[in-house]
Design a protein around this ligand. Structure first.
Ligand code: 3NM
Length: 213
């Protein structure tokens, strides 16, 4: 599956800390039914076998909604589950190696915090760049804030699409207007919501208003 710019409009990143008594697959499906455009499975402490099994379950759901499934950090899990791609941080390994393992029909996303990192990622063959944290976030403790200026510079420095991440809510999303981002990647604004479907729908409407075109 090739990445289209519009796939990044409302990119949901999973987080078990908001599960409660719910199933992650149900939460993701509710968001997809309500218009989420891409899914990243993010598991920081899961054994390989369970991670693969979960990725396979998730793949079945995302395939039905025809949205890309991206695996955070783990190329082996992406290959084993035939996911649509991986998202790698700056410390998560070599993009060239990832491309070799995944092939050219898979998506590779790279986190970047500077123009140089973003340009290197594009030169290395990344399909999109994730830039954050654009706002204060409690979800990723080591995330450093990045200003709108650097975000805008990164968007202009690369030809591949850029998605913003970190502390993005329905209320602050409009501050990203004009930066050049293709969309927003969100955890808590969607997964912590009482009504995930409703929260997703509202974000999709607003994201279309600000980031389309
Ligand atoms: N990466 P929330 S910020 C997973 O800055 C992640 O690279 C970030 O969660 C980065 O939408 C972040 O709840 C957490 O703020 C995003």
């Amino acid at each position: 599956m090739r990445l289209r710019r519009e796939d990044l409009l409302v990119y949901i990143v999973t987080d078990r800390s908001w599960l409660g008594s719910n199933q992650l697959s149900d939460q993701v499906e509710e968001a997809l039914r309500s218009g989420a455009t891409m899914v990243q499975l993010r598991e920081k402490d899961m054994a390989y076998e369970s991670f693969v099994k979960e990725a396979l379950d998730m793949k079945e759901i995302t395939r039905r909604y025809q949205v890309p499934l991206i695996i955070n950090d783990n190329i082996d899990v992406a290959v084993a589950s035939d996911a649509d791609g991986v998202h790698l941080g700056q410390q998560d390994g070599d993009i060239i190696l990832a491309r070799k393992r995944l092939g050219y029909d898979k998506i590779i996303g790279i986190s970047a915090h500077t123009v140089m990192e973003a340009m290197d990622a594009e030169a290395g063959g990344a399909d999109y760049i994730g830039v954050g944290a654009v706002f204060g976030t409690n979800t990723k403790k080591d995330a450093e804030n990045i200003g709108m200026e650097i975000l805008t510079e990164i968007c202009h420095a690369v030809t591949i699409p850029v998605v913003a991440i970190g502390g993005i809510t329905l209320e602050n999303m409009e501050k990203l207007h004009g930066t050049g981002v293709a969309g927003v990647a969100v955890i808590s604004a969607i997964f912590s919501a009482q009504n995930i479907g409703d929260a997703t729908k509202r974000m999709v409407v607003k994201a279309k208003e600000h980031f389309h075109g």
